[in-house]
Design a protein around this ligand. Structure first.
Ligand SMILES: Cc1cc2nc3c(=O)[nH]c(=O)nc-3n(C[C@H](O)[C@H](O)[C@H](O)COP(=O)(O)OP(=O)(O)OC[C@H]3O[C@@H](n4cnc5c(N)ncnc54)[C@H](O)[C@@H]3O)c2cc1C
Ligand SMILES: NC(=O)c1ccc[n+]([C@@H]2O[C@H](COP(=O)([O-])OP(=O)(O)OC[C@H]3O[C@@H](n4cnc5c(N)ncnc54)[C@H](OP(=O)(O)O)[C@@H]3O)[C@@H](O)[C@H]2O)c1
Length: 277
């Protein structure tokens, strides 16, 4: 007699996600912001500053029961040499993805499409003396990657991160990262005192306040840091924020004589949206 139970009781295959990546760490920074790490697929290569599509399986279609991946663009916040991939995320209360993604835990899996792209890469700007990183909100994510990229410090004498958020707590992820870079033995050797940090808030009292744009046009940031105004001969820029911020800062950079570049045609600055409004 054949053993039928062995056939019928065969465990059902656990459905695996396409391009699954296992979560290895999760940190909640505020009620609106969190970061997490996932295992890096062995074949994934990217340039610091690029983004990928990540997500979760969507709800089953009521008619067919089929599930489709629910994907969104995310900057990789870790540098290209890191063994893990890090992401820094907003929690949009009714956002299709982040209303669920914010609940991920160590051991869970997310979907990660291994096709990194983007313009916030050193290849898309010309060599120069000073690299400015202009960010609002989660727009700091690509700079979290670039700030840890040795090539950045090989190419530039000075690297300045200007990050503006509404409230002090929203700056914490970036602040801690800068602190780590400056105190870690290996990172501080790479950074070699070149990284400068200029955080500001707009809606909560802080030692430096005001929008990135206003602090550039008033000249306050140049005075505070003791650097000359932006000059196309020496200064390079990377911009990542909401659409209005990107537009406003592009006008300011154009006014200083810097030109927007791209992967195919490097110039003095590059821009990427932190999210779609
Ligand atoms: C190139 C690119 C890179 C991105 N990188 C990141 C990243 O590193 N981290 C990240 O959190 N998001 C990033 N985003 C935004 C991300 O793709 C999603 O929009 C976000 O995860 C919210 O997804 P959702 O489905 O919950 O809501 P969605 O339906 O996508 O968004 C709903 C609304 O929430 C607001 N919103 C969305 N994202 C943000 C944000 N990051 N900050 C403030 N408000 C937002 C907007 O008003 C948007 O209309 C990036 C977007 C682009 C285009
Ligand atoms: N952050 C929060 O506490 C909070 C809470 C609830 C809901 N939300 C919602 O979440 C969404 C995103 O909020 P967010 O705070 O992450 O991002 P955000 O609205 O893009 O603001 C981030 C920072 O960028 C500044 N900024 C915005 N537009 C600018 C411009 N054109 N030029 C220069 N600086 C500019 C803001 O200054 P200003 O403050 O001067 O605008 C703020 O300091 C919004 O729709 C918001 O209504 C945010």
């Amino acid at each position: 007699m054949t053993d039928q139970t062995a056939v019928t009781d065969k465990p059902k295959a656990v459905p695996t996600l396409p391009n699954a990546a296992k979560v290895t760490a999760v940190t909640h920074w505020t009620d609106r912001l969190f970061s997490f790490k996932v295992e890096r697929p062995q074949t994934l290569r990217f340039r610091s500053g690029e983004f990928v599509m990540i997500g979760l399986m969507g709800d089953p279609d009521p008619a067919t029961g089929k599930q489709k991946p629910l994907l969104r663009a995310y900057s990789i916040a870790s540098p290209s040499w890191d063994e893990e991939l890090e992401f820094y995320s907003i929690k949009v209360p009714d956002g299709p993805l982040t209303s669920r993604l914010q609940h991920i835990k160590v051991g869970d899996e997310i979907i990660l499409r291994p096709k990194p792209v983007g313009t916030l890469v050193t290849d898309a700007i010309l060599p120069g003396k000073r690299l400015w990183m202009f960010a609002t909100g989660t727009g700091v994510a690509p700079f979290a990657s670039l700030m840890r990229e040795p090539e950045v410090y090989e190419k530039y004498d000075e690297v300045i991160l200007m990050h503006t958020c509404r409230e002090v707590g929203e700056l914490e992820y970036g602040r801690k990262l800068v602190e780590h870079i400056k105190s870690d033995e290996m990172m501080s050797e790479i950074e070699a005192g070149k990284l400068r940090y200029y955080p500001t808030t707009t809606r909560e009292e802080f030692h430096h306040m005001g929008r990135v744009t206003d602090n550039l046009t008033s000249g306050k940031v140049f005075k505070d840091l003791g650097v000359p105004p932006l000059n196309p001969e020496t200064d390079r820029g990377m911009v990542c924020g909401n659409l209005a911020f990107n537009k406003d800062i592009m006008a300011i950079l154009d006014g200083f004589g810097l030109r927007e570049g791209a992967n195919s045609e490097p110039k003095e600055y590059v821009v990427e949206k932190a999210f779609v409004d």
